[in-house]
Design a protein around this ligand. Structure first.
Ligand SMILES: N[C@@H]1[C@@H](O)[C@H](O)[C@@H](COP(=O)(O)O)O[C@@H]1O
Length: 260
C-alpha cells in the first residue's frame, strides 16, 4: 500500500486525476470504478475541468458504481445513480448506458448482487477503483463485520453511517436502512485501488485501515491485501499515522516514471 500525503483536497484531486487521465487516454476500453460521498468530489470536478478545457474524453470509458441504496424510488436525487450522474458522468461524454450501479430498485435484490458481479466480470474488471472511507472504517457500504471475501450483496447500515449520511436527506429517518454494495472480495479484484480521505474526522479510521491489523472490524484494512492500493490523505486525515514521515519520504523519493 502506498500512502500519499498532500496539503489540500485539490492537490489530491490533481494527483488522482493524472492517474485516471493516463488510463483513459491510453486504454482502448477503460473501466472506472466510481465512489459516491464527498471525498471523491474534487477528483470529479478536476476530471470535468480537464474534459471541458483539455479535451479529455470519456467516450470509450465504462463505469461501475460501488453501491446503491435500497428502497429509494427510481430517480431519487440521493440515489447514488443520480448523485454520480449529477456530479460526474452527466458532465462529461460518458454514455449513460456505460454507467452501471447495483440495482437497488430491483424487485429481486436477493440476486441483484450476483448479477452485478457478473456484469463487472463480463466487462473485463475494473482498472481504477475510487474509494472513500466511512468514519467507522467502512468502504463502499461494507460495514464492520463484513467478510473480507464478500461479494456484492444486501447490507444493513449502522446507525453511525445513517447519521453520517443524514446530511444528504431531510432527516435521518429518510436514510434507508438497506443497501446493495460491492463486497470486499469484489473490490479487491479491481486492478488499482485509489482511496481518498480528508479531514480530521477520518484520522482514526485511516490509522486503523493503514496501520492496524487486517480485520473485518475495519473493512478498509482489506486494502493491505491488495497488490496495488494507493491511499491519498490530507494532513488532517493522516494525523493518526505513526509512520507519516516515512510515507512522505518514500513518496518524495519515488522514481518519476512510476506514477501512482
Ligand atoms: N457508501 C459511501 C462510501 O463509499 C463513502 O466512502 C462514505 C464516506 O463518505 P464521505 O466521503 O462523504 O465521508 O460514505 C458512504 O457511506
Amino acid at each position: 500500500m502506498e500512502i500519499v500525503i498532500q496539503q489540500t483536497a485539490e492537490d489530491i484531486a490533481s494527483v488522482v486525476a493524472d492517474s485516471i487521465e493516463q488510463l483513459v487516454r491510453s486504454h482502448a476500453a477503460p473501466i472506472l470504478g466510481l465512489a459516491t460521498g464527498s471525498s471523491p468530489l474534487p477528483v470529479y470536478r478536476e476530471l470535468v475541468r480537464r474534459h471541458a478545457e483539455d479535451g479529455l474524453s470519456f467516450a470509450r470509458t465504462r463505469a461501475f458504481l460501488l453501491d446503491e441504496y435500497v428502497g429509494l424510488p427510481q430517480g431519487h436525487p440521493e440515489s447514488y445513480r443520480e448523485v454520480i450522474r449529477r456530479e460526474f458522468t452527466g458532465l462529461v461524454d460518458i454514455a449513460d448506458d456505460h454507467v452501471q450501479s447495483p440495482d437497488g430498485f430491483s424487485s429481486d435484490v436477493a440476486t441483484a448482487g450476483t448479477r452485478y458481479d457478473a456484469a463487472i466480470a463480463a466487462a473485463g474488471g475494473v482498472d481504477i477503483q475510487l474509494l472513500g472511507i466511512g468514519t467507522d472504517g467502512h468502504i463502499a457500504f461494507n460495514e464492520p463485520g463484513s467478510s473480507l471475501a464478500s461479494r456484492t450483496r444486501l447490507k444493513t447500515l449502522t446507525e453511525q453511517t445513517r447519521d453520517d449520511n443524514a446530511r444528504f436527506f431531510d432527516s435521518v429517518d429518510d436514510v434507508p436502512y438497506h443497501v446493495l454494495t460491492q463486497g470486499l472480495g469484489t473490490i479487491l479484484e479491481a486492478r488499482h485501488l485509489v482511496l481518498v480521505a480528508t479531514g480530521a474526522n477520518k484520522a482514526d479510521a485511516v490509522a486503523a485501515m493503514v496501520e492496524g491489523p487486517v480485520s473485518a472490524f475495519c473493512p478498509g484494512s482489506v486494502l493491505q491485501l491488495h497488490p496495488h492500493a494507493t491511499v491519498l490523505l490530507d494532513e488532517a486525515a493522516a494525523s493518526g499515522l505513526k509512520l507519516a514521515e516515512y510515507y512522505r519520504y518514500s513518496y518524495n523519493h519515488k522514481p518519476a516514471w512510476q506514477g501512482l
